[in-house]
Write a protein that binds this ligand. Structure first.
Ligand SMILES: O=c1[nH]cc([C@@H]2O[C@H](COP(=O)(O)OP(=O)(O)OP(=O)(O)O)[C@@H](O)[C@H]2O)c(=O)[nH]1
Length: 631
């Protein structure tokens, strides 16, 4: 994820959002931040006239909200959080500060003031880093604000009252919610939209970047409410990490005692002349006597270098069903999990700690527990479980990938090296045992479940009466299609050994229109007739020659107006951008004669068989979708 180097810094920390605002919770949850919500009890009653500018009021209120929560959590429960985030949003118009209206009349007064005019929305944000030392709370506080200008249209009295009666204004600064009905009142927005909604996410990420990757000294801004430091892209930041890069001290953060007062002296780590935090400085000179510093740590390279370790930790934890145990019995201590699954305590503890540090598990004094996304995607019984694909990756793809070097040298698949036998046909290899068959089907099923909605809705398919999903395996996509298009009759066509095993994957107790299953080999046997032929993750298994055989068979059955829907990872034409798809192409190299292709390559293949009007949708999910029509 693009922002992960910055937000990743918070993954292992206990983060608390000191706000009851559902909008702030949503904005931060949407970017994957995990935090507890502890609404602040601070009353927003600071004397407005004592602040020189409206933003100072918002910043101070945000600070007080966050300080109240940090102190309360430390004193009351002795559960000191690592980071507390507070925020306060106000509207400023004609030198007046507007907060949330107290009643409908108040909302009317506010909205009348804003009517037909431009106003400013300020959100003040405070980020407090807490440390408990000798049971005393030490805090380092960073604050900032963001301003967005919003202009209201000229609105009639009637419209204002209609809006007020909707109830929406009551818990919103300035008496409107730009993200909902209030959006209709707004003529323009200059600046960060989310700032108006209640949380300036962009500035927050930049502030984190500034805190965790301090700029070199000549860039440091000293003014209290100075401009945002320039950070080009978050992903390019070197995180210079190792464990020592946890927040220590930075320009712009002031050290506070538990009363919120600034204290002198402190825990500053030293900064060398280039602003790099070090414990001590080693002078380095090259042969010419010019002093040199080693280059910044290449975090992206290090991450890739070690990526296989993280993958394997995830695969092994899944294989050992650790996530399943934690879902049903967690939180559990390492020793209890080790006893449950029959593993060593020392090894299990290391694996659990690694999974926690990777953000998969939560580690608390009660033990280890799953995060929400692990419950959804990594346990074997989750509706959108990837467990099947993970086991396939561990047992099948991993051994193949260990032979990638040979695959590159030889340009061919490596089943013989990985599994000690000559590869026949891709599917014969998988289906040689009942276990292999079910493992492969579970893998395909889990990807199909996760992608089916996006594939089915990438284009409007409502004009088609019948569809045939060639190689449709367990019917996961077919079922999604009949749900979305109730008039569509869908047939799944797959090998007899697949059809014989579909009962394991049928949903229980769901009353959806039935899907028909027909067994056969799409290269050899007669295909069912249909208006729409679906090939989801099929063409990438095969070389061009085989694809031509299949497409010509389909083309022969298609009348004009019939269509083909492909679901594949589509490469960009220059083959340089989509790393997931490019890595998938290596995955096809180690095990098949197929490959991933670009949109133009698919278009060329399809057009040779009379399928034109090729449209491509990049879904943002694992599979992209191509629709083309027989002319
Ligand atoms: O367009 C929109 N403008 C503002 C909002 C919401 O308004 C409130 C602002 O109030 P405040 O900053 O005091 O925050 P509270 O909701 O009281 O929560 P705290 O516990 O943090 O004090 C805020 O919720 C904005 O989201 C909006 O929704 N749309």
């Amino acid at each position: 994820m693009v922002l992960s180097p910055v937000l990743g810094k918070l993954v292992s920390k206990r983060v608390v959002l000191a706000s009851a605002s559902p909008r702030r919770q949503e904005i931060l949850t949407n970017v994957g931040l995990r935090f507890e919500v502890v609404p602040s009890w601070f009353k927003e009653t600071l004397e407005k006239s004592s602040f020189a500018a409206p933003f100072e009021y918002a910043v101070e209120t945000a600070r007080q909200k966050a300080l109240e929560v940090a102190n309360r959590m430390h004193v009351k429960h002795m559960r000191t959080p690592d980071v507390v985030i507070g925020a306060d949003t106000i509207v400023s118009v004609d030198e007046q500060i507007l907060e949330k209206p107290v009643d409908k009349q108040d909302a009317y007064r506010m909205l009348s003031r804003l009517n037909g005019k431009e106003h400013s929305v300020f959100t003040g944000v405070a980020i407090i880093h807490c440390h408990s030392k000798d049971s005393k709370l030490e805090m380092e506080i960073t604050d900032f604000y963001e301003e967005t200008k919003v202009k209201f249209s000229e609105l009639s009295e009637e419209l204002l009252w209609e809006y007020i009666h909707s109830g929406e204004p009551m818990d919103k600064a300035g008496g409107y919610g730009i993200q909902a009905l209030g959006g209709m009142l707004v003529e323009y927005v200059h600046g960060d939209f989310l700032n108006v909604v209640g949380f300036p996410l962009n500035h927050f990420c930049k502030k984190l970047a500034e805190l965790y990757y301090p700029p070199s000294k000549h860039n440091v801004q000293h003014k209290k409410y100075d401009s945002i430091p320039s950070v080009d892209t978050f992903e390019n930041l070197s995180d210079g990490e190792s464990e020592s890069s946890n927040f220590t001290e930075h320009k712009g953060a002031s050290k506070l005692d538990s009363s919120g007062k600034h204290s002198s002296g402190g825990v500053y780590t030293s900064e060398n002349s280039s602003g790099v935090r070090t414990g001590f400085t080693v002078p380095l000179e090259n042969q010419n006597g010019v002093s040199q510093r080693p280059p910044e740590v290449p975090s992206k390279i290090l991450e890739l270098m070690d990526g296989f370790r993280a993958s394997k930790a995830l695969l092994v934890a899944s294989k050992l069903k650790i996530f399943d145990h934690l879902k049903h019995k967690g939180p559990l201590k390492a020793v209890d999990i080790a006893n449950e699954i029959g593993t060593s305590v020392c090894g299990t503890e290391r694996l659990l700690d690694a999974c926690a540090a990777l953000g998969l598990l939560e580690k608390t004094p009660q033990g280890y527990g799953n995060t929400d996304s692990v419950n959804t995607f990594l346990t074997s019984d989750g509706e959108y479980s990837l467990h099947g694909y993970i086991i396939h990756s561990n047992d099948h793809l991993w051994p193949l990938f260990t032979n990638l070097e040979s695959a590159i040298k030889e340009g061919s698949r490596q089943n013989h090296r990985a599994f000690g036998k000559k590869a026949e046909d891709l599917f014969k290899d998988y289906y040689h045992s009942q276990e292999g068959k079910q493992c492969f089907m579970a893998a395909m099923h889990s990807i199909a479940r996760l992608t089916a909605r996006d594939v089915a809705t990438a284009f409007d398919l409502s004009r088609f009466k019948s569809a045939c999903d060639l190689g449709g395996c367990t019917g996961a996509l077919a079922r999604e299609l009949v749900q979305i298009y109730p008039n569509l009759k869908v047939t799944v066509f797959d090998l007899p050994e697949v059809i014989a095993n579909i009962s394991y994957f049928q949903p229980s107790g769901q009353h959806t229109a039935p899907v028909t299953f027909v067994s056969g080999d799409f290269f050899k046997d007669k295909l069912p007739e249909a208006d729409l032929y679906i090939l989801s993750r099929i063409l990438h298994d095969w070389p061009d020659e085989k694809i031509h055989v299949l497409l010509s068979k389909i083309s022969a059955l298609c009348r004009p107006g019939c269509a083909i829907l492909l679901a594949e990872m589509v490469l960009d034409d220059e083959k340089k951008n989509r790393s997931t798809a490019l890595l998938q192409s290596l995955n096809m190299l180690v095990q098949t004669e197929g490959k991933e292709r670009s949109g133009s390559e698919y278009q060329a293949l399809l057009e040779q068989h009379g399928f034109t009007n090729v449209k491509i949708r990049i879904t943002g999910n694992l599979l992209d979708v191509i629709l083309c029509v027989k002319t």
